[in-house]
Design a protein around this ligand. Structure first.
Ligand SMILES: Cc1ncc(COP(=O)(O)O)c(C=O)c1O
Length: 399
């Protein structure tokens, strides 16, 4: 391997949410929760960023930009960034979008808040699948919009869409937006072309706009293929595609995401409120990622595959009653441990207090998630082993 994913990097002293900023997010109005050990000794497997150093190709691009010594107002202009991103989507996913439809956002979460504001009238509703990434709910709540949830069905840990339920909910004429998560956080499913086509057809038949959050799409297990929803419906202007280098290359707080908005009026609205002024370090970092990060990503993918294999074997040997399937994408593992701890316990608090492990329990995923935990496997294997031992011990002690 050219890149070292085993290296442990201390994240303390950097304001990292993973290491230091977790209390409010994880424990909410109960921030006095006493963890099993000092903060420095907690094993953090919660927030979706990685413990790996970013690719040297990206670091060098940022360093070179710093050497230029001026960080003044920077505009996303010309076509060199667009071309880099377009080459990425074309070479990886045969997705050839119209460059004029590309706009920039400081993140997909802020984009969700604004898109719902533009797309929905006050009495309209937003459809999602559960379990769900929490910010889908927060974006609906933030706009005072009712959330309609269609629960995914677990078939021994393999999650499927309940199309009958989804269609029934889509037929509510007040539902005007569906937020698709593909690949799906937290289950890791990569929806197939058949599933995507069926979902989109239901939405189009019911005049529903789809926001396709595809932020995790580059993080595929070997053998998996990802199809952007918009690639299946190139003529449609009812799909907003959200992609970013942030998960893929561990650049979350460069605050730089891509939105592809084919609907002219919606894009105009976006552009009226969002000037294409960007952080100059983000621009060169993200562009370098798309232009030069492919090899790093390929090695990362191998490393993550190995971590998933390790987890799978560990669970089979030590906690055989858990329900778990290796995620098809993402670096997040979704594990149903209800056979050991039931469905009533707040698992986020339980593992912080009893194992010294920070993870996200089912309570953080909107619904249909009791008894499950989400583990972030984007860490050196040594850390994963440590976390699993601690989780296993806490479960054993619970008896
Ligand atoms: C599905 C999904 N969308 C969006 C985000 C965050 O996006 P951003 O950092 O661009 O706001 C995450 C982060 O975990 C996510 O899982």
């Amino acid at each position: 391997m050219k890149y070292n994913f085993d290296k442990i990097i201390n994240r303390h002293g950097t304001n990292a949410m993973s290491a230091e900023g977790f209390r409010e997010y994880l424990f909410g109005d109960n921030p006095e929760i006493k963890c099993a050990c000092a903060d420095e000794d907690l094993v953090s497997m919660w927030i979706a960023d990685m413990d790996f150093a970013i690719a040297p190709e990206i670091l060098n691009a940022i360093k070179q930009r710093l050497d230029q010594q001026i960080l003044g107002y920077t505009q996303l202009s010309g076509d060199s960034y667009t071309q880099a991103f377009l080459n990425w989507t074309k070479s990886r996913y045969q997705f050839d979008f119209n460059p004029e439809h590309l706009v920039n956002s400081s993140g997909i979460v802020p984009a969700l808040f604004d898109l719902l504001k533009y797309l929905c009238k006050p009495d309209e509703k937003v459809l999602i699948h559960t379990p769900s990434y929490g910010f889908f709910k927060h974006a609906a709540d933030g706009n005072n919009l009712e959330l309609v949830c269609s629960a995914l069905k677990s078939d021994n840990g393999y999650y499927r869409i309940d199309f009958e339920d989804f269609e029934k909910k889509a037929q509510d004429t007040k539902v005007t937006v569906f937020i698709l998560c593909n690949p799906h956080n937290p289950t890791g499913r990569v929806w197939s072309i058949e599933e995507l086509t069926r979902l989109a057809t239901i939405c189009f038949d019911n005049n529903i706009t789809i926001i396709a959050d595809e932020i995790h799409c580059d993080l595929l297990r070997k053998g998996q293929t990802f199809t952007p929803l918009a690639a299946l419906f190139p003529e449609s202007d009812k799909i907003v595609t959200c992609m970013a280098a942030s998960k893929t290359f561990n650049l979350a707080d460069l605050m730089f995401a891509n939105l592809i908005i084919p609907h002219d009026e919606l894009r105009d609205k976006w552009q009226q409120e969002h000037f294409p002024i960007v952080n100059p370090l983000s621009l060169v970092g993200v562009q370098a990622a798309y232009e030069k990060g492919g090899n790093w990503l390929d090695e990362l993918t191998d490393y993550l595959d190995n971590n998933f294999d390790y987890l799978d074997k560990y669970l089979k040997q030590n906690l055989p009653k858990v329900v778990f399937q290796i995620s098809q994408s993402t670096y997040l593992a979704w594990v149903d441990i209800s056979a050991y701890l039931g469905k009533e316990i707040n698992l986020t608090e339980f593992f912080a207090m009893n194992a010294g492990v920070l993870l996200e329990g089912g309570n953080m995923f909107v619904g249909n998630a009791d008894g499950c935990i989400r583990l972030n496997l984007a860490c050196p294997l040594a850390k994963l082993k440590d976390g699993l031992e601690k989780i296993n011990q806490a479960i054993k002690d619970y008896k």
